[in-house]
Design a protein around this ligand. Structure first.
Ligand code: ADP
Ligand code: ZN
Length: 209
């Protein structure tokens, strides 16, 4: 299954992506994680992206489109993939269409802005890419990653003021994608619940898996 996950920052795309990834054994492609890894490795692309990311702005389309084009050609994507965080603009969606890769379903996870702001303050991340929440998705040991044992941190762009900017960007630039994909008949919507397990049930039902 070739799947796109849409939703505001902090709506729970990443968490649902992990669950679907395990269930269907297809890779999750998170543009945010790819960019953060590039940044950590000090690549030119990473350094260019940093100022946008830290400010809560979108990284320019040509940069992320380039990343996705390369990534989707890799072997592990040939039996399906989950796009988490791409496309985020109409030009990105058009570029994906131009790649002539069939998309089966676009799942939009809806969470009201007030809830997002509250949730983001509890988000914790690990350098390995795993993410947690102090209330909704606690690691087994406080402040420590279950997967690799590293210390969890707060992402710079999860600071409250930046979250508001990111929500603004989401409504302006990403939300129009709902209409874009509704027109193709591929859009399915799930209302994000308080408990991850409840959202997961709705997700799996929406995907028929
Ligand atoms: P979230 O979904 O919580 O916003 P991500 O890790 O997906 O977090 O994205 C973090 C940041 O990475 C974004 O605010 C943006 O700067 C950059 N980014 C990720 N994906 C894209 C994209 N498709 N287009 C432009 N910028 C992106
Ligand atoms: Zn980790």
């Amino acid at each position: 299954m070739n799947l796109i996950l849409l939703g505001a920052p902090g709506a729970g795309k990443g968490t649902q992506a992990e669950i679907i990834c395990e269930k269907l054994n297809i890779p999750t492609i998170s543009t945010g994680n790819i960019i953060r890894a590039a940044l950590k490795n000090g690549t030119e692309m990473g350094l260019k992206a940093k100022e946008y990311m830290d400010a809560g702005k979108l990284v320019p389309d040509d940069v992320v489109i380039g990343i996705i084009k390369e990534r989707l050609l890799e072997d592990d994507c040939q039996s399906g993939f989950i796009l988490d965080g791409f496309p985020r603009t109409i030009p990105q969606a058009e570029a994906l269409d131009a790649m002539e890769i069939q998309i089966d379903c676009v799942l939009s996870i809806e969470v009201p802005d007030e809830k997002i702001v509250a949730r983001m303050s509890g988000r914790r991340v690990c350098p390995c890419g795993a993410s947690y929440h102090t209330e909704y998705k606690k690691p087994k040991q406080d402040g420590i990653c279950d997967i690799c044992g590293a210390k969890l941190t707060i992402r710079k762009d999860d600071e409250p003021a930046t979250v508001l900017d990111r929500l603004h960007v989401y409504h302006e630039q990403t939300e129009p994608l709902k209409d874009y994909y509704a027109k193709t008949g591929k859009l399915r919507t799930v209302v994000g619940q308080e408990e991850v397990a409840d959202t997961t049930k709705l997700t799996l039902a929406a995907l028929g898996i």
